[in-house]
Design a protein around this ligand. Structure first.
Ligand SMILES: [Zn+2]
Length: 159
């Protein structure tokens, strides 16, 4: 049994604040982007299959993605959107404790803003100045990325 119910015409997002709604849009964008990549891999070599035709399940899903991502990427390049925000925000938009690589595990220096993500554990709590990827002489310490680093305030999610 679900804990909440909806009236006719209502959706789960109707009463969210602008910032909460934006978070959901960002999460959905990253999920759609990931889904688009996976679908392209499955579609490759099977383009003529009825599954990917206008009447097929795959064709319908691909068209829905195209109608969302296409106009967006005509205005803003997918790479620029990723480089300016989503490469980093993925750490905060999804729960990384599940073991799946939904983010990159970015570490940021609290003083100079140097950022690092790489294989293995992020250098949280380590001195920026003593790390090869840090600023020589910087007195800062690496910590996990936060919404404030994007110039955004965190907002509690209550449902
Ligand atoms: Zn630093």
């Amino acid at each position: 049994m679900n804990e909440k119910s909806l009236e006719w015409g209502q959706t789960p997002w109707d009463n969210l604040s602008r910032e909460e709604l934006l978070r959901e849009v960002w999460r959905m964008y990253l999920a759609l982007r990931a889904t688009d990549t996976v679908m392209a891999q499955f579609q490759y070599g099977h383009e003529a299959s009825p599954f990917w035709s206008p009447g097929g399940t795959g064709g319908k899903a691909a068209e829905m993605l195209r109608q969302i991502l296409g106009p967006l990427h005509e205005q803003f390049s997918s790479g620029e959107m990723y480089d300016r925000f989503f490469r980093y925000a993925g750490d905060l938009l999804f729960d990384g404790s599940t073991g799946y690589r939904t983010g990159h595990g970015w570490a940021i220096c609290s003083v100079c803003g140097a950022m690092y993500a790489g294989a293995g554990e992020p250098p949280i709590g380590q001195s920026c100045g003593s790390r090869p990827m840090g600023e020589p002489g910087c007195q800062g310490v690496f910590r996990l990325l936060q919404w404030e680093d994007f110039g955004r305030k965190p907002e509690r999610r209550e449902r």
